[in-house]
Ligand binder design. Structure first.
Ligand code: PMP
Length: 360
């Protein structure tokens, strides 16, 4: 018998979700997903290839990824017990909502921000309180966030924020820890592109309700590998360890991530190069009439320009350059998010954008 009534059989909280499909058109230059498009030093690519080649695939992975946890713990000056790895930051975000959200629980977010917080919260039947940022400069409304957090279980904030690029004022995190009882998850997916002082990982040891999320998808150029990690109090890590899909971090991901993290110093020139390109791209965009932008500490720039959706389509169709369209999203009318690419990719983007805007 055909399964015609499948919709009615789906758990109600999960009905209506659509598969995530960013509809990437194959393009010459893809600056749409905040990936690292810069070449890595040969010493790194060779080590990663070696890790893949020498990892046996017939054995199950270490369920807890302990070797990788140790390497990450050494880097961040914490114990293994304070680190959990996941199949991308996304898995950890889901597991946080799975563990600490749920019916009767509340999550506070400050949109425009990473959409997955809300999606995962909905899937886990968690109530979402949105404290929208200022619509002109995207600054967070600190008092309103603290007030909302007083009645909440969980707060998810992002620094640097995606898609606005700004760093969060650590004073707000301080207030959330001092004035509320909520768990505070600070998402530092892009913090490697900000000054070293921007990370609040060092706060975790003294603040058991603070959790910091990081990923190897951005600065480490490993978006396809799927490795993220959370630094938090061992009590929180224990909960996540107990409820996770046991083998979610596969052997290749563990081996490659471990090697990449051990070689992190080799990546510093690559990251410095992206930061320098961010400044150059931003200066060039400032010279294009009608293009507004916001200061970014990440590897992307948010810009606002007339007819953004059409400009994005023309970049794709006439120049084979893909950027991310946010013009449909609440609070982001006429906004595009542009990943900082290599010098050549950025030059092509600037020339194409100028041609479209000035030719109109
Ligand atoms: N947080 C933010 C703010 C992100 O932008 C992303 C990826 N786009 C993630 C977390 C998750 O990244 P990943 O699952 O690739 O580690």
């Amino acid at each position: 018998m055909p399964l015609q009534d499948v919709t009615s059989r789906v758990r109600p909280a999960l009905a209506g979700f659509e598969p995530y499909d960013p509809a990437f058109s194959p393009c010459r230059i893809n600056l749409s997903a905040n990936e690292n498009t810069h070449p890595l030093p040969p010493v790194v690519t060779e080590a990663l290839r070696d890790a893949m080649a020498t990892t046996p695939l017939n054995r199950y992975p270490d369920p807890l990824g302990n070797e990788l946890r140790d390497t990450l713990a050494t880097w961040h000056g914490v114990e293994r017990a304070s680190v959990m790895v996941g199949n991308g930051g996304d898995e950890l975000l889901f597991n946080l909502l799975f563990a600490f959200g749920g019916p009767g629980r509340t999550l506070v977010v400050a949109p425009p921000c990473f959409e997955e917080y809300k999606n995962f919260a909905k899937m886990c039947e968690t109530t979402i309180v949105e404290v929208w940022r200022d619509e002109r400069d995207f600054s967070v409304r600190a008092d309103a966030i603290v007030e909302a957090a007083c009645d909440a279980d969980l707060v998810m904030l992002t620094s640097p924020n995606n898609p606005t690029g700004d760093l969060l004022d650590p004073a707000l995190v301080r207030r959330l820890l001092d004035e509320t009882n909520a768990l505070v998850m600070l998402d530092e997916a892009y913090v490697d592109f900000a000054p070293a002082s921007a990370s609040l990982v060092s706060w975790v040891a003294d603040n058991p309700r603070l959790m910091v999320l990081r990923t190897l998808s951005k600065a480490f150029a490993l978006a396809g590998l799927r490795c993220g990690y959370l630094i938090a109090d061992p009590a929180i890590i224990d909960v996540l360890a107990a409820i996770r899909q046991i083998y979610s971090e596969d052997v290749l991901a563990q081996a490659v991530a471990n090697r990449a993290v051990a070689l992190r110093d080799e990546l510093v020139p690559v990251i410095d190069g992206i930061v320098a390109e961010r400044t150059r791209l931003s200066q060039a965009l400032a010279g294009i009439p009608g293009v507004r932008q916001w200061p970014s500490s990440a590897n992307f720039l948010l810009v606002r320009l007339p007819n953004a959706a059409e400009v994005r389509a023309r970049l794709r169709d006439e120049h084979s350059i893909l950027v991310r369209d946010f013009s449909y999203a609440k609070g982001l009318a006429d906004c595009l998010r542009i990943t900082v690419g290599t010098a050549n990719e950025n030059d092509e983007l600037i020339a194409a954008l100028r041609a479209i805007v000035e030719g109109e």
